[in-house]
Design a protein around this ligand. Structure first.
Ligand code: FES
Length: 217
């Protein structure tokens, strides 16, 4: 075990464990979108979990930082909040904000992070805010709405964990010179997709959701 100090509070923590997970388990919330409990190799995709560590010049992503004896951490200083706000606004700008019918609304990570950062989320903050929110891929196992995807890659990670080779991937494309990226899924689905749907459970923004029933189908 190691003793570390986080925001002035002393914590007994497991040496070598993810600093983000340690903080979350001790009721210290650090904004995060791409981390999952016990992730062996965090992807560090969202960059939201930045913290300051005494003796280091630069802020570090806490999900990829391991607990070490004597570490002194600051999770909510002005520099951290400023950087998180810039990163969050960038991520949010690609999210189609259609909260009214969103299944995530009671436990939306974006709302939670916005609140932590003192931001009121508005459609005008999102370049995708007025985009058509219709599902753009109907898969037998889920609906995929790429206009909500914030590219956290959690779905790819859990799919790879469960089935070896992930069925989901990031695809890049663009119209009129605008490069865009989103999640795509191989089709047809594998047999084990029907029992799994781990990607649905893990999506923090309802970009992957249980399939809606199409009338007449
Ligand atoms: S949670 Fe650490 S980079 Fe996303």
């Amino acid at each position: 075990m190691a003793k570390i100090t986080v925001d002035g509070k002393t914590i007994e923590a497991v040496e070598g464990k993810s600093l983000l997970q340690t903080c979350l388990e001790n009721d210290i919330y650090i904004p995060n979108l791409c981390f999952l409990k016990d992730m062996e190799e965090p992807t560090g995709a969202c960059r939201l979990c930045l913290v300051e560590i005494e003796g280091r010049d630069k802020m570090v992503p806490s999900c990829k930082t391991k607990v070490a004896e004597g570490m002194v951490v600051r999770t909510d200083g002005p520099k951290v909040r400023e950087a998180q706000t810039v990163i969050f606004k960038l991520l949010f700008s690609s999210h189609n904000m259609t909260c009214k019918n969103c299944l995530s609304k009671a436990h939306c990570e974006l709302q939670k992070i916005g609140k932590t950062l003192g931001l009121r989320l508005k459609k005008s903050m999102s370049a995708n805010g007025e985009a058509d929110a219709d599902t753009n891929m109907r898969h037998p196992c889920f609906d995929l709405n790429t206009s909500k995807c914030i590219l956290c890659r959690k779905c790819i990670y859990v799919c790879a964990q469960k089935h070896g080779k992930p069925m989901l991937s990031i695809v890049r494309g663009g119209r009129n010179g605008n490069s865009t990226a989103g999640i795509a899924c191989e089709y047809p689905p594998r047999v084990d997709c029907y029992q799994c749907r781990a990607c649905v459970d893990v999506c923090p923004v309802n970009a992957i959701a249980l399939p809606t029933l199409v009338s007449g189908a």
